[in-house]
Design a protein around this ligand. Structure first.
Ligand code: LHQ
Length: 262
């Protein structure tokens, strides 16, 4: 664990690297230091052989309240420059990481914090989690990937409504709308997230990396392109030791062992 003053806390257990946004008194609203540190930590987790899954969560009662609004006045950057320098590299790092990223939404996720919550490969919410596309409350446009992610999850019209009215989406509605995969009780949330992440960590890491790459590319391409890409990536997967282990385990009627000292 790094120092308690750090804007991002990092800890690793059983191949799971947990990155905790640590500005609880501001509901983990993001300033530049937090965004740059989180991006750096995500990229570092990507190259650390001891990490198989990354979890992003928040300290205290919030997940992330979006841009710290106390930290934007008087800056010498345009909105465009600000997004390109801080939020966009973070979202790209997460979606481009060759490891599964779990967003563990422990409380309110608003604005760019909602985009961060949505961009995980797996989204786990606590019962008191809440997502708000809050941007229109301050007359801004949804950013950090929300305009791309949300309509793919809920369709154009629901996305527009959530954005235009800044409606609050609680955990049960989040589950119903497909904004998260699972909801866990607040009291057991951290343990439930760790257990889920450890299940993911036991899966074949190389194959999951290729699967993530294929799915992300497929979201913006044609079926024809997806078929060709699948054929190429399947070769990489099929040539990897994980595949031999999976098939051998099947034939030997035992559980496959995908974690090796690599
Ligand atoms: C905050 C914040 C916050 C500072 C709560 N900042 N302090 C990208 C690039 C460039 C520019 C602009 O934006 C972007 C992207 C964006 O993310 S725009 C969206 C920015 N975020 C917001 O507009 C959300 C503002 N916050 C809220 O609407 C509420 O705080 C929510 C709904 C998140 C939570 O409400 P409550 O649970 O009632 O908590 P609260 O409002 O009492 O907040 C607790 C404390 O956290 C409070 O401080 P205080 O000293 O009074 O206890 C808030 O001021 C502070 N806080 N969000 N974004």
């Amino acid at each position: 664990m790094t120092s308690s003053e750090a804007v991002i806390l990092s800890s690793t257990r059983a191949g799971v690297r947990t990155l905790t946004l640590n500005r609880p008194e501001r509901l983990n609203a993001a300033n530049d230091a937090l965004l740059l540190a989180l991006t750096e930590e995500v990229l570092a987790a990507g190259t650390d052989p001891g990490v198989r899954v990354v979890v992003i969560t928040g300290a205290g009662r919030g997940f992330c309240a979006g841009q710290d609004l106390g930290d934007v006045s008087g800056r010498d950057m345009t909105f465009t420059e600000h997004l390109q320098a801080t939020y966009n590299p973070l979202i790209r790092a997460i979606r481009g990481l060759d490891k599964p990223v779990v967003t563990a939404v422990n409380g309110v996720a608003a604005g760019a914090g909602a985009s961060l919550a949505l961009c995980g490969d797996i989204r786990l919410w606590s019962a008191s989690a809440m997502l708000i596309e809050v941007f229109s409350n301050i007359a801004l446009v949804p950013d950090s990937g929300s305009t791309w992610l949300l309509p793919r999850l809920v369709g154009y019209h629901r996305a527009f409504e959530l954005m235009a009215l800044a409606e609050r989406v609680g955990a049960q509605d989040g589950l119903r709308l497909g904004l998260c995969e699972h909801v866990y009780p607040d009291e057991t949330f951290a343990a439930d997230v760790q257990a889920y992440a450890e299940r993911l960590a036991a899966r074949p890491a190389h194959a999951l990396a290729l699967t993530k790459r294929a799915l992300n590319a497929a979201l913006t391409g044609t079926l024809d392109e997806a078929l060709d890409r699948e054929a190429e990536l399947q070769q990489l997967a099929g040539d990897h030791w994980e595949h031999l282990e999976g098939v051998t385990a099947f034939k030997e009627k035992r559980a496959a062992e995908f974690v090796r000292g690599e």
